[in-house]
Design a protein around this ligand. Sequence first.
Ligand code: DQA
Length: 153
Amino acid sequence: RKILVLNGPNLNLLGTREPGQYGHSTLADVEAACTAHGQRLGHEVECFQSNWEGALIDKIHEYGRLFREGKVLGVVFNPGALTHTSIALHDAIKGVEPLPVIECHISNVHAREAFRHHSWVSPVAGGIVVGFGTDGYLLAIDGLVRKYGATAR
Ligand code: DQA
């Protein structure tokens, strides 16, 4: 079954954006590593990034449909700053339950500004990975497979 690695706003700038916070790997590096890691675990990986909230919502809806058809294991999602603002993303994930969504943040958001401490996505996430740098995406894939991989759906 397929895994979606979904990235929100500004994550296309990975590699050059605040490298002290987010490291030197580019989004293409991260997506290639996720694809290889998923394949090692026997899962096809699709990667999608958008700076637009609605495009992320459309993608979550698409994966909700594919999940119901039994074609999808789940989603690893770094919503970027929309984490802290978007009730629409919360509702989108809630709306396609039980599609598993693992929330992933490169930085330890809890060690940063107070406005990064609240997440609208966490209450509807199957698990959360924070603070492991871009390795976190691979840890999130591991977590998704370990938590949901054995179930038929
Ligand atoms: C982030 C943390 C968010 O607070 C920030 O707005 C991002 C990246 C992370 O991966 O650490 O864009 O989600």
